[in-house]
Design a protein around this ligand. Structure first.
Ligand code: CMP
Length: 146
């Protein structure tokens, strides 16, 4: 269900999110204008592994479960994001992500995502940092198998 909050109220919500750390009020305002705020019920499937995906999701409240086709699971909570991989390389969704609780989300479309990265290189840095951490964790889990 979409929420209709003013751009300035939305910009305030964005201040505590690591992905947007260090951004100027103007940049936060731009994100608030470009992003849609939605509330979804628990168990709502937000990405499906193998399908095309054209949005980035930022969790404002609630938590989500990531299930990879290889059988790994990860929990994501408030302040974390998902859905960036398909936007970056145009490939299919790498995992199925569904709400493990009701969630309050920020949804950023494909075109808006690239406009934001062009305007705010700090977001690119945060995304790269998160991708590196997730890759290290996945490699560690893989090498833990006999
Ligand atoms: P994307 O492939 O677009 O859609 C599924 C999303 O799940 C993916 O982007 C990542 O944001 C997230 N994801 C996939 N694998 C992992 C993982 N191992 N750890 C955390 N998040 C993941």
């Amino acid at each position: 269900m979409p929420l209709w909050r003013s751009a300035s109220a939305k910009a305030k919500l964005l201040q505590g999110i690591p992905l947007f750390e260090g951004l100027s009020p103007r940049q936060l305002g731009q994100i608030a204008r470009l992003a849609e705020e939605v509330e979804v019920a628990a168990n709502k499937r937000l990405t499906v592994a193998g399908e095309t995906g054209r949005e980035l999701f930022v969790i404002l409240e609630g938590s989500a479960l990531v299930k990879t086709p290889q059988g790994r699971t990860e929990h994501l909570g408030a302040g974390q994001f998902f859905g960036e991989m398909s936007l970056i390389d145009g490939g299919p969704r790498s995992a199925t992500v569904e709400g493990s609780t009701p969630m309050h989300l920020l949804v950023i479309g494909h075109r808006e995502f690239w406009a934001l990265l062009a305007d705010a290189p700090l977001i690119t840095k945060q995304i790269m940092r998160t991708l590196s951490r997730r890759l290290r964790k996945a490699d560690a889990a893989f090498s833990a198998y006999p």
